[in-house]
Design a protein around this ligand. Structure first.
Ligand SMILES: [Zn+2]
Length: 277
């Protein structure tokens, strides 16, 4: 097991190794703590689409914005449709999706930018948050939401290929972090899901990704599946961080869609580059 890259500071998890990589990078994951929402969204629900009181969600987002030093008007949020589309955004998009779903970047599960003071967000309750940056250029950041559908569609690999082809980033330069998500300990899926995952992992090692537990029932390690696909796209293993946190096991820290049978809040992944003088 890798050393846990996410470190709690107050009620927020930050990707610690990336702080030393670039002190201007602000990247991490919210927890369910420190907010204002009532059950079952207690307390730090950041999802606008889960039937929580909107004013509470905005209040929670304001709180997170203070903790991470990123005012709401510098946020950009993806709509998230469990697809594999990725949008390049810029400081012209600032504020989109920050206080209402209607203005979020439509039809995408991945965002990246080359602009500073432009913070990218996506929402989670078990799915895998993927974070991207580049070491030597240090002027590009991205985030992608990978549930089993996004994983099967290889949204992580697609982000990397886009950076290589559209942005001229060398693959040896790319760093990826795989964030807190439901672990293999708590994630049982059926034949249909396993088929989609295995098909997309064609030619990539699959034996450590899932395990049959009974007929038609499998334990799936979504974080490992994303790791293998990101490796397959050429990112160096020493440039990939993986969180050990399982969102279903750690109810003290996280909302879990599975554990709560769908009635729960959302955490946000965030990444941004501040002006560093
Ligand atoms: Zn678990």
């Amino acid at each position: 097991m890798q050393k846990e890259p996410f470190k709690l500071q107050g009620s927020v998890l930050f990707i610690e190794p990336w702080n030393s990589l670039n002190p201007n990078i602000v990247a991490g994951f919210s927890t369910r703590n420190g907010g204002f929402s009532k059950e079952p969204f207690d307390t730090m629900n950041l999802g606008l689409h889960v039937n929580d009181a909107k004013e509470k969600v905005i209040q929670n987002r304001e709180q997170l914005s203070q903790w991470i030093g990123a005012p709401l008007h510098t946020w950009i949020c993806a709509e998230q449709i469990h697809g594999d589309k990725i949008a390049k955004v810029s400081n012209k998009d600032l504020g989109k999706g920050s206080t209402e779903m209607e203005t979020a970047i439509k039809g995408v599960d991945g965002l990246y930018t080359k602009d500073r003071n432009t913070f990218l967000f996506s929402a989670y309750a078990d799915c895998v948050p993927l974070y991207f940056s580049a070491i030597s250029t240090q002027d590009i950041i991205g985030v992608a939401h990978a549930g089993w559908r996004g994983t099967a569609a290889n949204i992580g690999g697609k982000m990397i290929n886009k950076w290589i082809s559209d942005e001229n980033i060398a693959v040896e330069d790319i760093v990826v972090c795989i964030g807190p998500a439901i672990g293999e300990c708590c994630y049982i899926v059926d034949d249909y899901v396993i088929e989609q995952i295995v098909n997309s992992l064609d030619g990539v090692v699959t034996n450590e990704i899932y395990e049959k537990v009974s007929p038609g029932q499998y334990r799936l390690d979504l974080k490992a599946a994303n790791y293998e696909m990101i490796r397959a796209s050429g990112v160096l293993p020493e440039h990939i961080e993986i969180s050990n946190y399982c969102t279903s096991c750690h109810s003290d820290l996280f909302f879990s869609h599975r554990k709560s049978q769908g009635k729960t809040g959302r955490m946000l992944s965030f990444i941004g580059l501040k002006d560093g003088g």
